[in-house]
Each structure stands twice: as C-alpha cells, then as structure tokens.
Design a binder for this molecule. Structure first.
Ligand SMILES: NC(=O)c1ccc[n+]([C@@H]2O[C@H](COP(=O)([O-])OP(=O)(O)OC[C@H]3O[C@@H](n4cnc5c(N)ncnc54)[C@H](OP(=O)(O)O)[C@@H]3O)[C@@H](O)[C@H]2O)c1
Length: 267
C-alpha cells in the first residue's frame, strides 16, 4: 500500500506542528508539503525541531499544491481557509478541515465544489475524542430534553466566536430539534445580546478571558433538574492529533462535505 501524501496548511502553528509530528511518525503517511507565510522556503523539521522531517514549506496553497497531495489538511485561519480548501479540491485532493470559524454558507460553497469534483471534505470542529463524545452525549440528551444552551470559553485572544466546537455542536443538535425558548428573543426586557447568539436553533454564549484554554458546556434543563455536559481541553495540541490522523485516513472514502469525526468512527 502506498503512503497517503499530505499537504498541511498551518504546519508551523500550535495545532499544525503537533499534527506535523504525528504525520511524520505515522507509518502510512508522507508529509509532502507544508504551508506557512513566515517560514516559506525553509524545511519544516528545522522550524519545528523534528530531526529528519525534510518537508518543504511554501507560502501559499497554490505553490504547495504543485506537490499533488492526496489529502490537504487546512489548519490556518478562516480568512484564508476557504480559498485553500477550494484550490485543494480543484487540484484533486481530498480535504480535512480543522480550522474553525467557517460559516454554513462557506460549507455549502465547499460542498458544491467537492460534489462537482467528486472529492471528500471532512470538517471537524474538535478532533479530541472527549469532544466527540460530548457531541454524542449531547445528541442523546437533546432527544429527551427540549431546553438547552451552550457556553463556550476560550483564551481572550481567540478572534472567531462562537468556537468551532460550539458551532459544530449547535449544528448537530439542530438535526434533532431546536432548543425551546420560553421567552422569545424579541420579548425580552433588556438587551437581546444578554441571551447570547441564536445559531442553528441553540443559544450560544462565548466567554473570552485570560486563564481559559478551550472548553464548552452544553446545559440541558428540565423542571427541577439539569444535566451539564462539559468538555475541557488542556494546554497541548496533542489530543487533536490522533483524531486528525483518523480523518486523513478516512476522507478519501467520502464525496462532498461531512461534518464531525464520529461520522467516520465506529460507535
Ligand atoms: N479542529 C480542531 O480540533 C482544532 C484544534 C485546534 C485548533 N483548531 C483551529 O485550527 C486553526 C489554527 O489554530 P492554531 O492555534 O494552530 O493557530 P496558530 O498557532 O496561529 O497557527 C496558524 C498556522 O497557520 C499559518 N497561517 C495563518 N494564516 C495563513 C495564511 N494566510 N497563509 C498561510 N498560512 C497561514 C501560520 O503560519 P504563518 O503565520 O507563518 O503564515 C501557522 O502555521 C484555528 O482556526 C483553530 O481554532 C482546531
């Protein structure tokens, strides 16, 4: 069996450098190209201190795609992610999306292109197995409990809000039903913003403070009882690596956009 040839956009970043090491150590994968503007022209192993990792770094996806990867992994920022993903699909690669902040409209556009070129896109708001389990448990809860709200907590300098984890959770719960609001948003006495944003039928509140890393609460309420599901990430990007490797191995079996890691896991 030949190795999966991978191009990783954001290979020098916090999440991307951990994944670069994971790909380098995987027996069935080859990291053929990396993307980072500030380290273009350098060798990835020297930048992230991995001996023997000779992957060249390119400034743009257009340059990196000359290496003809089988799978393109997007781990940069939402402003550049869309054009990276569309370029990768048009070049014939399947795409794994780790970048957060893409909208539903973005995913509709990506799906149209992926369908047209018959390639798969696996978009995962959080590759950590514990976060995947939170989504599964929340889906179970939403079948029985009609009222819930989501709170996402991250470090103060995270620009995109709500977090990818919270967006994906809301999106998945919307497939079951919309969260019930006993007081409609336009009947609130006071600023509507105090009730957070309504996204995919869930109220989401985003807290951005120093001291937090990334966590999310899904709070389900019933008369005289409540269920609080909480996911907390630690400070390293290690928990995201095995999930991203699984996504890379599975994405070529898909056509079009698929959301969530559990769609390719055996539960
Ligand atoms: N799905 C998940 O499980 C998961 C887990 C962790 C993080 N994330 C998401 O992944 C994304 C990256 O997070 P991070 O913390 O690793 O960010 P980061 O440390 O700031 O790294 C960003 C990486 O992207 C590159 N980059 C940024 N803009 C670029 C551009 N315009 N062109 C080319 N390269 C560009 C950066 O290199 P240069 O600056 O040199 O270009 C760097 O390598 C975020 O959206 C984050 O929310 C998702």
């Amino acid at each position: 069996m030949t190795n999966i040839r991978i191009c990783l956009a954001g290979a020098t970043g916090w999440a991307g450098s951990a994944l670069s090491r994971g790909i380098f150590e995987a027996p069935d994968m080859e990291l053929v190209a990396a993307i980072s503007r500030s380290h273009a022209g350098q060798v990835l192993g020297e930048v992230i201190s991995v001996a023997g990792l000779t992957t060249p770094i390119f400034a743009t996806a257009a340059d990196a795609l000359i290496t003809k990867p089988d799978v393109f992994v997007e781990y940069t920022k939402p402003d550049v992610a869309i054009s990276n993903i569309l370029s990768a699909l048009r070049s014939g690669a399947h795409v794994v999306v780790g970048t957060s902040g893409l909208t539903e409209a973005d995913y509709r556009e990506i799906n149209d292109v992926a369908q047209a070129v018959q390639r798969g896109v696996l978009a995962v708001g959080n590759f950590a197995i514990t976060a995947v389990l939170l989504q599964k448990f929340a889906e179970m809860a939403a079948q029985y409990i009609s009222h819930w709200e989501i709170i996402d907590y991250t470090h103060a300098d995270k620009k995109d809000a709500p977090s990818g984890t919270a967006r994906e959770l809301a999106n998945r719960l919307s497939k079951i039903r919309e969260a019930q609001l006993d007081v409609p948003l336009d009947s609130i006495d006071g600023p509507k913003e105090s009730r957070g944003v309504r996204l995919h039928g869930s109220q989401i509140h985003s807290v951005r403070l120093p001291g937090y890393i990334i966590s999310v609460d899904a709070i389900f309420g019933m008369p005289d009882q409540k269920l609080i599901l909480r996911h907390e990430s630690g400070s390293s990007a290690e928990p995201y690596v095995s999930g991203a490797l699984l996504a890379i191995r599975k994405v070529s079996q898909l056509v079009g956009v698929q959301r969530g890691l559990d769609s390719v896991m055996d539960f």
